[in-house]
Design a protein around this ligand. Structure first.
Ligand code: FAD
Length: 395
């Protein structure tokens, strides 16, 4: 019998409501289901190229503040979700201000911010919770936001939000998994119950509570801001001395905690060269199951469904096909780079950048480039030593 059931096109156009809910746009014909073929492709391309509208152009009366640390000039996925949450629940008279702790070189408007305050002085490598708290308090005093949003992470933002709430006795909700314009929700009693309350002053969001892809952009206006440590110290006096960061060998870092991983698969035959590259780049070593089964690496290096799940900012996969079990282990990695002879390998679909090349040749070229860079650095350092400069210039 012929199947006469009508299928709903999952790619039908949708809008995101003020409550952050996805609503199918009724009465609009879905592109994929309309007429298929080249026409649909052309319309799809045109749709993609359309600039997104500004969220609001009305006079702002209220502010939602989002505070988050940056990492090498960018907000991570969790921070972008937190910013999107504020942008989605902001009404037409509310502007969203992003307070970035650390250098920010991204596109604040595209992430939904109407104003950007960048505090490059607060580098992630520095531990200054009291100064950060004072800077946050100064910004809140200046803007009087209705609510303050931070990612509930263990890398500074979660701590900062709690410190602020405790310092000024603000209402706070932590580990938030659901949010709309009026409420926040979280799991309680070891995830056996669900608690809901009105939006408090400080909201700390769990990862993946909100989709960071917005149907609009913010104004993205950069605001000049000076951190005056003396004047800003109304809330907390520093009681912590930062002794700096102790760098440890990347090989000593647990794979789950590594920020930079180079990983080898069946396509890597020169293991010593690969290990040399990992040392040179200061990256942790991972491997596919086939490479581990072959005895090239120990079992604790295996990444994937039956190995480790990693969250590196950069994951370079040399000679790894990208089987579904392997991809499961790298789903939370930020930038994936694949080096593979086969452009159609599944890893290429997951990778942000794919280099179609031989793994051994690429590893050798990278090792050579690193040695050359090291050599150049050593030469310029020697030239800058007192007495050596004249010698170098005269030679
Ligand atoms: C229950 C179960 C659990 C599993 N768990 C895991 C897991 O946790 N982790 C995991 O990784 N796998 C796991 N696997 C295995 C997985 O299905 C794949 O077999 C495995 O990931 C393949 O490893 P690979 O990509 O290194 O090797 P291959 O599949 O052999 O792929 C090698 C890749 O290297 C490329 N290549 C070859 N030569 C070169 C060269 N000279 N230069 C550049 N590229 C080259 C090829 O084009 C190919 O894409 C599991 C399987 C099962 C059934």
């Amino acid at each position: 019998m012929m199947n006469t059931l009508k299928r709903i096109n999952p790619r039908r156009p949708f809008t995101v409501t003020a409550q952050g809910l996805r609503r199918i746009t009724l009465g609009v014909v879905g592109i994929a289901g309309a007429d298929g073929g080249a026409l649909a492709d052309a319309r799809h391309a045109a749709h993609l190229e359309q600039p997104k509208p500004r969220r609001t152009t009305l006079t702002p009366h209220h502010v939602l503040l989002v505070a988050a640390h940056t990492d090498r000039g960018a907000l991570d996925e969790h921070a972008r979700q937190t910013l999107a949450a504020a942008a989605l629940i902001a009404d037409a008279h509310t502007e969203v201000v992003l307070l970035a702790f650390g250098e920010f070189t991204g596109d604040a408007a595209a992430l939904g911010a109407d104003k950007l305050i960048e505090l490059p002085i607060f580098d992630r490598r520095m531990y200054a919770p009291a100064d950060e708290l004072n800077a946050l308090a100064a910004c809140i005093a200046a803007y009087s936001p209705a609510h303050v949003f931070l990612p509930d992470n263990a890398t500074g933002d979660g701590d900062l939000g709690r410190r602020y709430a405790a310092a000024v006795d603000a209402s706070v909700a932590t580990h938030i998994v659901e949010i709309d314009a009026g409420h926040v929700s979280t799991y309680i009693r070891a995830n056996t119950a669900y608690a809901r309350r009105a939006l408090p002053e400080v909201v700390l969001l769990e990862p993946n509570a909100v989709d960071p892809k917005l149907p609009f952009v913010g104004a993205g206006e950069r605001v000049a801001w000076r951190v005056d440590r003396e004047a800003d110290s109304a809330v907390a006096q520093p009681a912590i001395r930062d002794l700096g960061i102790d760098e440890i060998d990347a090989a000593q870092v647990a794979l789950e905690e590594a920020d930079f991983i180079v990983s080898a698969g069946n396509g890597v035959s020169d293991v010593p060269a690969f290990e040399r590259l990992a040392t040179t780049l200061g990256a942790a070593i991972g491997a596919s199951r086939v490479a581990v089964d072959d005895g090239k690496f120990t079992r604790d290096k295996q990444i994937g469904a039956t190995g480790k799940t990693v969250e590196a900012s950069v994951y370079i996969a040399f000679g790894i096909s990208g089987a579904v079990q392997h991809l499961q282990g790298i789903k939370d990695c930020r930038h994936v780079i694949a080096v593979n002879l086969d452009a159609s390998a599944p890893i290429a679909k997951r990778a942000n950048l794919t280099v179609i090349a031989d793994a051994q040749e690429t590893i050798a070229a990278l090792n050579e480039a690193a040695a050359a860079a090291r050599g150049a650095r050593a030469t310029s350092a020697a030239l800058l030593q007192p007495g050596k400069l004249a010698e170098g210039v005269l030679a």
